[in-house]
Design a protein around this ligand. Sequence first.
Ligand code: SF4
Length: 477
Amino acid sequence: MSRLKGDHMAMDDSSRCAAAPSAAVGEEEECTNAVEEQRCVLDDSHKELRDDDFWRQIPAYADLSASEFHDHRFQSRNCVTSARKLRQVLGDRVPDSFYADVEAGVRGSTMSLRLSPYLLSLVDWDAPETDPIRTQFLPLASRFRPDHPELHFDSLNEQADSPVPGLIHRYHDRALLLALDTCPVYCRFCTRSYSVGLDTEGVEKVHFGATLERWEQAFEYIRQHPEIEDVVVSGGDMYNLRAEQVALLGNSLLDIDHVRRFRYATKGPAVLPQKLITDHDWVEAVASVAEEGRRRHKQVALHTHFNHASEITAITRQGLDRLLERGIIVRNQAVLQRGVNDDVQSMRRLIRRLSYLNVQPYYVFVHDMVRGVEELRTTLQTAIDLEKQVRGATAGFNIPAFILDTMGGGGKRHVHSHEQYDRDTGIAVFSSPVVRPGRRFFYFDPIHELGAEARARWADADERAGMINSARQAASA
Ligand code: SF4
């Protein structure tokens, strides 16, 4: 059963505080002050940003001053990239059994390991198994679940919509440019695990290096396609580009007349916010491109990726303030993950904390079907319930759209827009009238979230095919 249907949800739906009216059956509820009633549901914890020396809990960082720890060069050079390095940093903070679990987890992961000292220091090392930051970046083999039988590598089918290497043209007026294939951190759940990061034991990746020659092919394709008005510069992560590369890429896109807007996508502010404060050249490059865009009446924005409020501290606020001062629009795209942000309070706090720092919580994505991270996926119903529970928590323009990127290349669909969703079999069917008219696309809930009868049916190949066929027919009826 989804955690959402457990304690958190029950508490939110049924508990009422003293300020709330309690009407007897058959009576009309009194009209009381709505703001008073909301005190039962919302608190001000989203404003409480950590501002202590949190890194001193880590043996290797215990003697560092704030200025040493919050230097982006220190952060980049000291990322933890292996279980051995993790042990050097944490020492006896965790038992040997934990390191063994991580080692086995890394061996079974599709993503290489890379974790900044900042994020590592924000983990609660007294309870790492359930910590939301550990869950996203450090695999524990003991937590793994078998992949879903309908899961395919590159489940969004991006390579099929790629006319030149590292450029995806799926939506009529938008293109996705994979500018590079490295990141300041490696997320276990990365949709682009087919290309991002170093090769792992299980995956030889399709690499997209940051070369001018490859970028030039992408620019030329965009020049030849006047329908493209919007470009997402992603990867990989543009945090790893040098300032001059950021400027070259941005100005080249601005020079294409029909490109009206583009966004740099980066997880950087969530994992290494220090760069926004101490890497002046890089921030200047982004700000100059955005200013040049405004001069030409084009929009340049930055899309970032926070998943939990604990990733956002006072240093994050300082970094994001630098961007705000330069007039840069920042939007957030979160990924819904079991044990990270699938409970109401965590999601509300994330959304309100982002809003508080003037980052627009733009999307929450249902976790894609990605190899090796089945324990992180939730049901579609979890996303539907969460959307209902967060709407109203802040201004409407700061309430994210809960979106599912359909398997097989149907594009993004709102979680409520399914044509058919059988909660027993966990099969949801979507249509995509603009992107792929007339076709049907599926999403499958994690099998371990289903009842015993459905789990038995999924274990049988014929039953499996029958269930999928029935869902397709029901969606077309
Ligand atoms: S930062 Fe983005 S591209 Fe890089 S590993 Fe994480 S999700 Fe993937």
